[in-house]
Design a protein around this ligand. Structure first.
Ligand SMILES: [Zn+2]
Length: 439
């Protein structure tokens, strides 16, 4: 349901309050007077403690997440990796327990034997298969790799493939953009992504792009941040992003960033929410990869033909380089550094939102949707993922950090949302194992 202007104004007032608390500035202060008196600090150790507890045991209130236990494992392992905590180095026994738990989420027989369910005894699902795979990539050991039966996973993905190009999320389940992304990302991480799996995916996603520019879950659905990320990343993985209207997509994305709050909302007329720091913010580096892919193709093809570049032109005039005069807001408290490239979103303002509004008020661990609500592992994972995007991809791939240098989190691969150095090490590992098998 859309939010009223009053509800949006209430959240903006809450965000202003957070910025004033940290920066000791009056509400009506002119932007030029803003002086930081307290650098924003990422409560790294507290977040590590919170995520480690999430891996070991969850309180009774989490029973509603029983079908998402593989997701909880991903949120915690990925969050820890973003914070620089190498699970298999720091706590080998816990890393092995996590892998054993994930293995128990695979069915022992029947369709989808290679996939992972949300918990032991549950049917395999593409989304939880993606989550389990990313958690194993993040642990990154030989025993983690051996938990993946690549041939069986391929059989599961092929069984979920629909003739229209999309993927069914589980046997008898719905066909949506989430399924397309989960299938192709899993296939990529298993090094089994081929033309058969990619066929028709981008055409299906293009049918889900709405008149607003964002992407819905299914054809004629409302544009939504999570589906937009999944759809865009799926088209990149399928090596066919040109079917999307990319300028329209970028315009929609840029307008999702709250001008006061600095974070993103998930849909038009909705409240800013910490998890969209990744779902929307993460789209910008993926969009850049898509346009680079198309530009390279244009250059290659222009050697032989006259090729129109109109579909890949990004109109940067649509993105305001300076914040509008709206008083104290994230973009005035955390202004972009001048003359350092041209980002499509206010990366420093996004960092300010995550650090000041999404961390708990008292330095405790875990991050949250917005001020006034509780922390959880999902928002901790995606706030930290968004922080990584804002730090590493906000300004032409140079690291730009709000607060002390100790705030830097690990760089992610934005398409897969796993830590980049872990992704590279994993791909080298499976390529080496593949070579060994071929020999
Ligand atoms: Zn959220």
């Amino acid at each position: 349901m859309s939010k009223s202007l009053d509800e949006i104004a209430d959240l903006q007032a809450l965000a202003r309050g957070c910025y004033e608390d940290r920066f000791c500035i009056p509400l009506d202060s002119d932007a030029s007077d803003v002086v930081s008196t307290a650098p924003d600090v990422l409560s790294r150790d507290a977040h590590v403690d919170y995520l480690l507890k999430g891996l070991r045991a969850l309180p009774q209130g989490f029973t509603s997440l029983d079908a998402s236990r593989t997701w909880v494992v991903y949120w915690c392992t990925h969050g820890l990796a973003l914070l620089g905590y190498d699970l298999h180095v720091e706590d080998e026994a816990l890393a092995r327990d996590v892998v054993e738990f994930l293995k128990s989420c695979r069915p022992s027989a029947g369709l989808g034997v290679g996939g992972f369910g949300g918990g032991p005894g549950q049917i395999p699902h593409l989304a939880t298969t993606y989550a389990a795979t990313c958690a194993l990539v993040t642990i990154g050991t030989d025993y983690a790799r051996e938990a993946l039966d690549v041939d069986a996973i391929r059989a599961f993905l092929c069984a979920m493939k629909d003739q229209d190009g999309g993927f069914r999320v589980h046997e008898g389940g719905e066909i949506d953009v989430r399924g397309c992304y989960a299938a192709l990302a899993t296939a990529h991480l298993c090094d089994i992504l081929d033309d058969d799996l990619a066929r028709g995916v981008s055409a299906f996603v293009a049918r889900c792009q709405s008149y607003e520019g964002g992407i819905g879950g299914e054809p004629f659905g409302e544009a939504h941040g999570g589906y937009t990320f999944c759809g865009l990343a799926a088209c990149w993985l399928a090596r066919d992003p040109n079917r999307l209207d990319l300028p329209s997509l970028e315009r929609w994305l840029a307008n999702r960033q709250g001008e006061v709050e600095g974070g993103f909302n998930g849909r038009t007329n909705k409240l800013v929410d910490g998890c969209y720091s990744f779902w929307q913010g993460g789209c910008f580096p993926v969009l850049e990869r898509c346009t680079n892919m198309l530009l390279i193709r244009c250059i290659e093809q222009s050697r032989f033909t006259r090729y129109s570049t109109s579909r890949v032109h990004i109109d940067t005039s649509l993105i305001e380089s300076e914040p509008r005069p709206i008083g104290v807001c994230a973009a005035t408290v955390f202004p972009p550094k001048p003359a350092v490239g041209s980002a499509s979103f206010a990366a420093n303002a996004l960092q300010g939102w995550i650090l000041d509004c999404c961390q708990s008020d008292h330095g405790g661990g875990g991050l949250r949707d917005k001020p006034g609500v509780g922390r959880d592992h999902y928002h901790t994972c995606y706030c930290l993922s968004g922080l990584s995007v804002a730090q590493h991809y906000g300004r032409c791939d140079t690291i730009d950090v709000v607060g002390p240098e100790t705030n830097v989190v690990a760089k992610i691969d934005p398409v897969l949302n796993v830590v980049e150095h872990k992704y590279k090490a994993w791909m080298a590992l499976i390529e080496a194992k593949g070579d060994a098998v071929e020999r």
